[in-house]
Design a protein around this ligand. Sequence first.
Ligand SMILES: [Zn+2]
Length: 269
Amino acid sequence: MTEALNMAQLAVNRRNDEEMSAFLGLIYPGINDNQKGTLFDDIEKIATLTPAGLGESPNIIIYCDDDSRWRHATAEEIPGQEGRTDAQKAWIDPENDIVFDQRVDPRSLTNLDRQIPGCREVGTATRAQTYTNLRTPTPDHDRGSIVTITLCSRALTGPKIKYLTIGEIAAENLASRKASNLFKLPNIDTFKLLSATVVHELSHQILTSAIRYDDVRGANSYRWPNISNMDLLSGLENADSLAYTCIAAMLMEMGYSVDKDGDIKKKKT
Ligand SMILES: [Zn+2]
């Protein structure tokens, strides 16, 4: 969490810097000053989030319960449920009174199955999911008043998870000889760690932006090969593009630059 807010702040600090401008050109081709202004204003809303104090009710709650708080809604909670099969039933988070009722395929007339809360779904790579208590979307992009984010345990532990934050890599590897190995092979995607996932999820909930940050191309919305090949208007609404802007800011701060292939190079001094 700390690193998520920190990398957002580092991005905000670089809103007028040339190096950041060059980076933005890679994932937001042709971005203008207005669009840049909105982007960094929105990143600042993430950077300036504060923990709820004692006695205050938080409007963003982060769970690590693998979505176990969700259950199928009853017919009383969601009228119409009684005629649905289990697979077609809406889900409810009774702790926060949030309903999750999204069709797997909204365009299909025959498949009425509902999506399962992300961490509960078997066989997907979903690392986190964001929910809001708004039941009907409004034209002014109201997001409701409560947002919950679940960080799935598959994003926290597992054979392939070595680091959760960029800071850990820095401590263990950056100053050692391993650093050269680390940077020769991989690209910026190596740094899409839990902290960047948190930035991504928080971008979904920015309550006061004109933009609704989404995963604009479904499964093809994530990571460098996708975000670096997106047209400007899609990129500006894509959550992962915003998250990568924050990753890049952190890498710049650590003395690295990002090229068009998403490769990381040590800056010449
Ligand atoms: Zn997302």
